[in-house]
Design a protein around this ligand. Structure first.
Ligand code: SF4
Length: 366
């Protein structure tokens, strides 16, 4: 986060008294996985046992493995593998490689992981092609070590070091099963030189509202035009429910963010996105510490192949002819919108945000 903005103090007094604001939206259904496995090592962890207690309370059954291998999770067809994996939660320990954090520009200084995988069904899912194998959700039981390890990455020469927790999961989508996000927010609440960032398309924020976050967490909600959320984001909360969640987080004194992603120039996109920004403005009708992140849709040849296997009837536009090829430093490539379309999108969103959200900062457009 750019210095200055990130350093602005935030206090509960900045937010109005908690209102009786009622979201009119459709909440995401709490995920109840059909198959849950604990590896032997995860079962030994204190946080693993906390997860087991939650599962008991939610009447979700689970199996504890004798070793650290999970049973074979594939099906006989891609579709069957997908269905089974999306119904499976594995509680495992994060491997040693995950204790060597990597930078994640432009979002944050470092990324760390509470889980990998997600129960939602977005037809453009960012995880397709970046996580190998069946899309099982793996939640980490060695959370205490993961958080302790973060402390070593807080740069003593900087006012703030930022940490992103949602590169490979939607942490709120599994929070009712793990409680990991709440523990993480409380941990960052004790780190005056560190800032947590996470993002979600879910809306059950109630367990987060009374945490001692101390302004050290920025909660971001992923938002899109109704046209996109209705067609392409299965299993998530609808737009009104997400906006309601955002408001409640802001009322609880959190810094908040709108991640507008993936932006798509579908037919009449300006009208639909204007409606989204109008609804966001009327939701946040009090002073808030707000940022925007603007991310256009892109895909790689690998992610396209996987997503078309998972969602063969998708209405998502995967036509390479209508895209520009962008090479990365590792020699592979992705397909992004052509330059002119990118400039049109960028101009539209930055102008609208500057006009309607003068208090907010656009962190990046990509
Ligand atoms: Fe993928 Fe994110 Fe949608 Fe989950 S919420 S399915 S991680 S795009």
């Amino acid at each position: 986060l750019p210095a200055g903005h990130a350093d602005q103090p935030i206090s509960q007094a900045d937010a109005p008294p908690v209102t009786t604001f009622q979201s009119q939206g459709r909440s995401a259904r709490a995920w109840k996985p059909k198959h849950v496995y604990f590896t032997a090592a995860a079962w030994e962890e204190e946080h693993g046992r906390r997860i087991a207690e939650r599962l008991d309370g939610l009447d979700v059954s689970y199996e504890v493995m004798k070793a650290n291998r999970l049973p074979k999770l594939g099906g006989s067809t891609t579709r069957e593998t997908y269905r089974k994996a999306k119904n499976t939660l594995a509680i495992v320990n994060a491997p040693p490689s995950q204790f060597r954090l990597t930078p994640i520009p432009p979002s944050a200084d470092w990324q760390f992981h509470l889980a990998k995988g997600c129960p939602a069904h977005c037809q453009y899912c960012y995880l397709a092609g970046s996580l190998p194998g069946a899309p099982v959700t793996r939640a980490y039981a060695n959370l205490d070590q993961i958080l302790e390890n973060n402390a070593a990455y807080i740069d003593p020469n900087k006012d703030l070091t930022t940490f992103e927790a949602s590169c490979y999961t939607d942490p709120l989508g599994i929070e009712h099963l793990t409680g990991s996000l709440a523990r993480t927010i409380s941990w960052f609440g004790d780190q005056p030189a560190a800032r947590l960032r996470w993002v979600t398309k879910y809306d059950d924020v109630t367990p987060l509202l009374d945490l001692p976050h101390n302004g050290q967490t920025r909660c971001r909600i992923s938002l899109n035009a109704d046209w996109v959320t209705r067609r392409l984001e299965g299993g998530t909360a609808d737009l009104d429910a997400r906006l309601g969640a955002m408001r409640r987080l802001a009322e609880a004194g959190y810094r908040i963010g709108a991640v507008l992603a993936p932006l798509m120039p579908f037919e009449n996109w300006q009208e639909d996105y204007a409606d989204l920004l109008d609804r966001l403005r009327s939701t946040l009708d009090f002073p808030v510490d707000l940022t925007f992140e603007l991310i256009t849709h892109r895909f790689t040849p690998g992610s396209k192949e996987i997503l078309l296997d998972w969602y063969p009837n998708t209405s998502l536009d995967f036509d390479e002819e209508r895209r520009s090829k962008k090479l990365n430093k590792f020699g592979s490539h992705k397909f992004v919108y052509p330059r002119e379309q990118m400039q049109e999108l960028k101009g539209y969103f930055t102008d609208r945000i500057a006009r309607d959200f003068p208090e907010a900062e656009v962190l990046y457009f990509t």
